[in-house]
Write a protein that binds this ligand. Structure first.
Ligand SMILES: [Zn+2]
Length: 597
């Protein structure tokens, strides 16, 4: 066997010989006068190979449902970590998902892998399983050997893993391709977030379920999480109140968010008490919903991350460690109160403080400049239809149960079995076994069912699976967005594109909807999210060319010297320091300030 170091030396010496030959040939072919003017030739002498410096710790922060414009609007009110990311980091102003399925599992898997859902296969939070004829979540694992495991004596239900994620995460690749010294630790309130950010295996992937911190048997359990779960359990926040943290005049929009549906036990105005059902003397399910919808949950996740840094000495070992936090509460608040609410503004003020504390902790324990941070979001959110309608614009609820009824009626006329539609899950429509195959050869029935869907108020277009397969080249940005989301076998048979500001609503006919608003479509309000990078190897400034959150993992990979399987994302090269960048700073022209090495 030839050792790697021998091959490397041989390659170097061959390169040096080739370089010398090139310079020599050039000198000979030049006319004498030009040769005299040419600068003195210097044959590059290979120096001893020095490994490039690597970050000691990768920190990935994903704020669930954070719209990009929150940064533009509220930056002036931030003094902590969010402000530091903007001022000391690289701020990508035109970052957006290019695909249609702007949902949580999809966004986190995209950030984690650097791939689009057509590659990583996490096409939604949940989809219709054609084989088992039932809905499955993106992390549900049918393997009987796998089960979820609770901290502090909790006994969680189910079994969740990343087995459906078709490519490894960046964190997994980092551990696999380096010396293996990498520790991978993730936290979130949601299983589909902690799991997709970590990957198929990890030292710890922890989420919140039924009032307790839990993990899965495929991941490690950590004594420091057990200790934190026992000493500072979420129920210790019972009886606290979420009150506005800035003076009243600092808040945009109306005090009561139009179209809001607050969690049980809360009014449309502050303060919001964390006391569960009115009169409950101890934590109940309503309390945990309130807690998850409050800044206290973000603080609990930050404290867990700080414990991880201390207990595992993250950023102090031989390899590059990986720490990810999925902040879920902005999503719960946004679903309840919408983007134009005091609640969204206030929870971001509180998150800014938490992130300021986290960065101060990292500075003291890992060292400023030794770690690199990326912050992004998994999707944005649309204003509540009631709020949007006040502008006079066309906005509303696209009622999916009604649409399903119309399609059934259309197919009944062609003697199709009832029900012909097996499931309507967000944009994706799944037919009963055999129905779609038959429809593809039954032009009249296909046209009738497409027309029925198009008749539903709020529908802009309906796409067929065969239009989306194999990522067709197309001029239509919405067709392309659905193609980027299409994964054969998991995605639907037909796909509903709503009109802009029409929200896909699954509420059964005759029932009140249980949330203010949502997300999940290929429009900018759902696709446009922040991408901010700061720390090791990052050239600060503002960058205005279009990028996607799938570019974060390839950029991390470049900093760590590893290779990812997917080519969907690209290295954010203009925000990476190059040799000599501190002198020439080519980005200074479009950067906000001076490049700060
Ligand atoms: Zn989400």
């Amino acid at each position: 066997m030839v050792s790697n170091s021998f091959l490397w030396k041989r390659t170097l010496s061959r390169r040096a010989t080739m370089a010398a030959a090139f310079f020599l040939a050039g000198a000979i072919s030049l006319p004498p006068r030009m040769a005299a003017q040419a600068p003195p030739l210097r044959v590059a002498v290979p120096k001893a190979a020095k490994a490039p410096a690597r970050p000691k710790l990768i920190v990935l922060l994903v704020v669930d449902q954070m719209r990009a414009d929150y940064v533009d609007k509220f930056l002036g009110q931030w003094t902590g970590g969010l402000r530091r990311l903007v001022e000391d980091g690289a701020w990508f102003r035109d970052a957006a998902y290019p695909y249609a399925a702007t949902e949580t599992c999809v966004g986190h898997a995209t950030i984690s892998t650097g791939a689009f859902p057509a590659t990583h296969g996490m096409v939604a939070n949940a989809w219709w399983d054609r084989k088992d004829q039932k809905m499955v979540t993106c992390t549900a694992d049918p393997d009987p050997k796998v089960k979820n495991v609770g901290y502090a004596g909790a006994t969680p239900q189910g079994a969740d893993t990343a087995w459906r994620m078709a490519v490894p995460s960046f964190a997994e690749e980092l551990k696999f391709q380096t010396s293996g010294a990498t520790r991978v630790v993730t936290f979130s309130l949601k299983a589909r977030v902690a799991i997709t950010m970590a990957g198929h295996k990890a030292d710890a992937a922890t989420w919140f379920d039924g009032g307790a911190w839990v993990t899965s048997s495929v991941y490690g359990t950590q004594p420091f999480i057990e200790e934190q779960a026992k000493s500072h359990p979420p129920k210790a926040d019972f009886g606290k109140t979420w009150a506005l943290s800035l003076p009243g005049k600092a808040y945009w929009y109306d005090e009561k968010a139009l179209g809001a549906v607050p969690p049980a036990g809360w009014e449309l105005t502050f303060p919001h008490p964390l006391r569960g059902k009115s009169g409950a003397g101890e934590p109940d399910p309503d309390f945990y919903t309130q807690w998850a919808s409050s800044p206290y949950a973000d603080t609990a996740l930050t404290e867990l991350a700080e414990k991880a840094i201390d207990s595992l000495n993250l950023g102090k070992a031989a390899g590059t460690d990986f720490l990810a936090i999925g902040y879920s509460s902005v999503d719960y608040v946004g679903h309840a109160f919408g983007p134009r609410s005091h609640e969204i503004q206030d929870i971001l003020v509180r998150l800014d403080r938490d992130l300021g504390n986290l960065f101060a902790h990292l500075d003291s324990k890992v060292g400023r400049g030794n770690y690199v941070v990326a912050l992004s979001a998994d999707h944005g959110v649309v204003p509540t239809p009631e709020d949007m309608q006040t502008t006079g614009a066309d906005a509303g609820l696209l009622r999916l149960p009604e649409l399903r009824e119309r399609m059934e009626k259309a197919l009944a006329a062609f003697k199709y079995p009832k029900p012909a539609v097996a499931s309507v899950s967000g944009s994706d429509i799944y037919f009963a076994p055999g129905v779609y195959d038959k429809l593809q050869h039954d032009h009249a029935a296909m046209q009738a069912v497409l027309n029925a869907a198009l008749d539903q108020p709020g529908v802009a277009a309906v796409y067929r699976a065969e239009e989306l397969q194999n990522r067709p080249a197309t001029q239509s940005p919405t067709l392309r967005a659905f193609a980027y989301s299409y994964f054969a076998g998991r995605s639907g048979d037909l796909f509903i594109l709503p009109k802009p500001y029409w929200f896909l609503d699954s509420t059964p006919v005759g029932k009140q909807r249980s949330y203010g608003t949502g997300h999940g479509v290929p429009y900018n309000y759902d696709q446009h999210v922040p991408v901010l990078l700061m720390g090791f190897g990052i050239l600060p400034g503002q960058y205005f060319h279009p990028v996607t959150p799938a570019d974060i993992a390839p950029t991390f990979a470049a900093l760590c010297g590893i290779t990812l399987s997917s080519r969907d994302g690209h290295i954010l090269s203009e925000a990476l320091k190059k040799p000599g960048a501190e002198r020439t700073a080519p980005q200074a022209a479009n950067a906000r300030g001076t490049a700060n090495p």
